[in-house]
Design a protein around this ligand. Structure first.
Ligand code: ZN
Length: 261
């Protein structure tokens, strides 16, 4: 039953425009394969049920189950070492999709050693899409301008503002950013909105202090928050006191009034 549920969720995610979910194509492809096999068998002899019962169609089922297992296990792979203390989730309103999350299998940050534990978060609207409308240009993204708070206490050791939003910049890929040194590690929050950075280098912050807004600066494909933590150049696994359960690619997290929602 749980597998069936994951199966349905994955298929739904694949069908919702605006959500990239790497292994999900395996699911509709497997369903398609089963359908084709079933239909073929029913034309030759017997019924669709005979076709679905045939060994060939079980290759499709195997593929789908494999895809589900891969996705469910992905968050448990990857970076082992964690941040010293669980942090506060830096986005305090809305529902956020982890476009990238824990795990080695489906995380585009993996080639950059210090960023292996990085998450990329986009905000979802009521129908689980990150933008209003279907046009690619001139559309509004739910994430843009959402407040970002300090996830941890510490000293701001780097604060960059003034880089434009929506102009891909590969020379300064992180765009506008804030780096907080907790004493145990450094936490990086990137792609902030131009003009929103509310702290400067040397500022002492406490968890929950406003530091800026989600933007689209640097090398960014759409407005999102990038967050990662590192210790002496080593990547760390993120932990948040208000987010439970494994957060891998495709997980939806959110905090409403301090509760996960
Ligand atoms: Zn990122």
């Amino acid at each position: 039953m749980a597998t069936l549920f994951s199966f349905a969720v994955m298929a739904a995610r694949f069908l919702v425009p605006g959500l990239a979910f790497a292994p999900a194509p395996a699911v509709p492809l497997a369903i398609l394969a089963m359908g084709v096999v079933g239909a073929r068998r029913s034309w030759i002899d017997g019924t669709v049920i005979d076709g679905i019962r045939s060994p060939t169609s079980w290759i499709g089922v195997g593929l789908a189950i494999g895809a589900v297992l891969l996705v469910l296990s992905a968050p448990f792979t990857g970076v082992r070492e964690s941040v010293a203390e669980p942090m506060l989730f830096p986005l305090r309103e809305g529902r956020w999709l982890a476009v990238e999350g824990n795990g080695q299998l489906f995380n585009h940050h993996w080639p950059v050693a210090a960023q292996r534990g990085a998450w990329d978060l986009v905000r979802l609207g009521s129908i689980a899409r990150s933008r209003r409308g279907f046009r690619r240009r001139g559309v509004a993204f739910y994430a843009f301008g959402s407040p970002v708070v300090a996830p941890c206490g510490g000293t701001v050791v780097r604060a960059v503002d003034g880089l434009p939003d929506g102009v891909p910049d590969t020379r300064r890929p992180a765009g506008n950013l804030v780096v907080i040194d907790t004493g145990a590690e450094r936490v990086v929050l990137a792609h902030l909105r131009q003009g929103s950075v509310a702290v400067r280098e040397g500022t002492t912050v406490s968890p929950g202090d406003p530091i800026g807004e989600v933007g689209d600066s640097g090398n960014s494909t759409e407005p999102h928050l990038h967050i990662h933590a590192q210790r002496d150049g080593r990547p760390l696994r993120l932990r948040f006191s208000d987010i439970r359960g494994p957060v891998g690619k495709g997980a939806v997290v959110g905090v409403r009034g301090g509760r996960r929602g």
